[in-house]
Every structure is written in C-alpha cells, then in structure tokens.
Design a protein around this ligand. Structure first.
Ligand SMILES: [Zn+2]
Length: 131
C-alpha cells in the first residue's frame, strides 16, 4: 500500500514538474518572440495574454509540484520482539506469516530456553514533520 502511494506521488510530482517546466519554457519563448516583434504590431497584446496564462499555469503547477514534493508518506513496517523465557535474551526480526504473540519460535542459543514472540510492533518511519 505504501509502495502504491509512493508511485502515485511520484507520478503526480513528475506530471506537475513537466507542466511547470513547459510553461516556463513557454514564457521564455514568448518573451523572445515579443522582443523580436515590433511593439506597434497588433500581435503584441495577444502575446501578453498568452504569457499571462502561461504564468498562471507555471504558478499553479509549481505549487502542486511543491506540494507533492513535500508529502511524506509514512513507512510502516512490522517488527517482532523475540524473547527467551530462560535468560531474558531479546532479539527483533521481521514477522513471518502466521506469527502471533506467545508463539514459540525455537531454542535460545545462549541457554537453550524457549524462545517466544513477546510482541509484534508497528514501527512508523518518515512521519510528516510539523511546521
Ligand atoms: Zn536464553
């Protein structure tokens, strides 16, 4: 699910960034065209309307790209705490399918006691920082 969100975010980011760059190029190109045109020419006012539209487009796509750039998708992963009933040795690992709390998972390498799953935790990384 997290990977899916990441993909969508990246697609939106690319989409708005490309639009932003295109509209900036549009502004630059129309500015150059405007410079080569005679200011008395009737073409100039039309070009300015076009430029204003490009500018608005650049502004909004820039804002959208920035917004998507700043979205932090929380990365949630599960970790398991495995504890030895004999010596209290603790280790963590990625949960496997079918794991549950208090499930016995083997023998302790240190003391030969029973290893069991003490808890399954959700670890959240990359939480959006408040501004
Ligand atoms: Zn032990």
């Amino acid at each position: 699910m997290t990977a899916d969100l990441k993909k969508k975010r990246l697609q939106a980011l690319i989409f708005y960034t490309v639009l932003f760059i295109l509209s900036v190029i549009g502004i630059i190109v129309t500015t150059f065209i405007g410079l080569t045109l005679n200011p008395e020419s009737p073409e100039v006012p039309n070009l300015m309307v076009f430029q204003a539209m490009m500018f608005i487009l650049a502004f909004f796509t820039g804002m959208e790209a920035w917004k998507y750039y700043n979205i932090k998708i929380p990365e949630i992963r599960l970790i398991e705490l495995i504890k030895c009933s004999g010596c209290g040795y603790v280790e963590t690992r990625m949960p496997k399918k079918g794991d549950y709390v208090f499930k016995k998972v083997g023998k302790c390498l240190k003391c030969g006691g029973e290893l069991y799953i003490e808890s399954i935790l959700r670890e959240v990384k990359n939480v959006k920082a408040g501004r």
